[in-house]
Design a protein around this ligand. Structure first.
Ligand code: GLU
Length: 371
């Protein structure tokens, strides 16, 4: 889509926007909207397909989709951001809806963006809060959804450590990215007794040998507001001698180039596609346990499913129920993946795809093939 945007200075920019609907075999299409300068059609296509496998793997009744706009979100004023998401929604309204395609936040978008999207959808189609997830708790959002991706990253990390007979409480973590996913993953890791020794974001990187405290992490919106420990080179964070490395920022950050310098034994893909294919095969060959993105960060879409369900039932769950159901769904997805990996002597990534693709195929077969 071409999305005209009236800038605050009166000029008009025409931005490139996207929505790719990859599959509806198992339910309405589901996936986030990303505002980032590197967004293009191939990128959105790849991310939409990951959503199909992700929703299938954690067995929520959705297909896969992804959207985006090629724009630097930091260059947008609040008014511009509102106008842009309203324009995106108006242009696509005929293919969106609670039983067609349900957007959610992704990089560069947040609960406020989803609130504007819902409001625009309501103007055109009437009251249907289940048309989008990741909304503010004050406006049909679900308590627990905001932290859900980070929480899921840590439940799958603990599951991977348990499987290897390791004590998660004596494990150290380095987290790249301090946005919604990295911040809540760091907090949940500390709550689970792990020590978060390094974090980074666009404002810098910090290392604290004894681990950052919960209050310090909770109070710092960005890494530059952390004061304990020492400043380190952001690129060096990926090469620290820690038990668990959690890339929670952009895709493609671990490549054939820097993979040989990764020293962690566990790599948990909190971001989508943080490893290139070459880095993945190198590190798997070195015996690194990689928890793939479609499992590690699936807490977000599981949380979206809980929000959607509550909107449709017009019933609000307490946060304790949200957290318990999230933890148990991710734990059972992890156990299914681990059992499949043992059965086929393959990696957790291959096992995740075996399960996810099989379920989509089964849905196709039962739908019938005669046209
Ligand atoms: N953007 C998130 C993801 O990549 C969440 C998608 C959703 O909740 O629909 O999984």
């Amino acid at each position: 889509m071409s999305l005209p945007l009236r800038r605050d200075d009166g000029t008009i920019d025409v931005l490139q926007g996207y929505r790719v609907q990859h599959s509806s075999a198992r339910g309405p299409r589901k996936g986030g909207i990303r505002f980032h300068p590197t967004v293009d059609l191939d990128d959105v296509r790849a991310l939409a397909s990951l959503m199909t496998w992700k929703t299938s793997l954690v067995d929520v009744p959705f297909g896969g989709a992804k959207g985006g706009v090629a724009v630097d979100p930091a260059s947008l004023s609040l008014r511009e951001k509102e106008e842009l998401i309203r324009r995106w929604t108006r242009t696509l309204v005929h293919v969106l809806g609670p039983h067609r395609d349900i957007p959610a936040p992704d990089m560069g978008t947040d609960a406020q963006t989803m609130a504007w999207l819902m409001d625009e959808f309501h103007r055109l189609e009437g009251f249907q809060p289940a048309c989008v997830t990741g909304k503010p708790v004050e406006l049909f959002g679900a308590p627990g959804r905001e932290e859900a991706t980070g929480r899921g990253v840590i439940s799958t990390t603990v599951a991977a450590l348990d499987r290897a007979g390791r004590d998660s409480r004596s494990s150290s973590l380095a987290v790249q990215g301090f946005g919604n996913v990295g911040r809540f993953a760091s907090l949940c890791a500390v709550e689970a007794g792990m020590s978060v020794v390094a974090v980074s974001d666009v404002t810098g990187a910090r290392f604290n040998r004894t681990g950052f405290g919960h209050d310090e992490l909770a109070g710092a919106g960005t890494v530059q507001n952390l004061h304990s420990g020492v400043e380190i080179d952001p690129a060096g964070l990926l090469e620290l001698d820690v038990d668990v490395l959690v890339p929670a920022a952009l895709g493609g950050v671990i490549t054939a180039d820097n993979a040989p310098r990764v020293r962690a034994e566990f790599l948990v893909e909190a971001a989508n596609q943080p490893l290139t294919a070459a880095a993945d095969s190198y590190l798997s060959g070195q015996g690194v346990t990689i928890v793939p993105d479609i499992l590690a960060n699936a807490g977000g879409v599981v949380g979206s499913y809980f929000e959607w369900t509550q909107n449709i039932q017009e019933f609000r769950w307490p946060i304790s129920r949200f957290r318990d159901e999230l933890d148990s769904r991710l734990r059972s997805a992890f156990d299914d993946v681990a059992a499949t990996a043992d059965e086929h002597s393959c990696s957790l990534r291959e096992a995740s795809f075996i399960l996810a693709v099989r379920r989509v195929v089964d849905a196709f077969m039962f739908r019938g093939q005669v046209v």
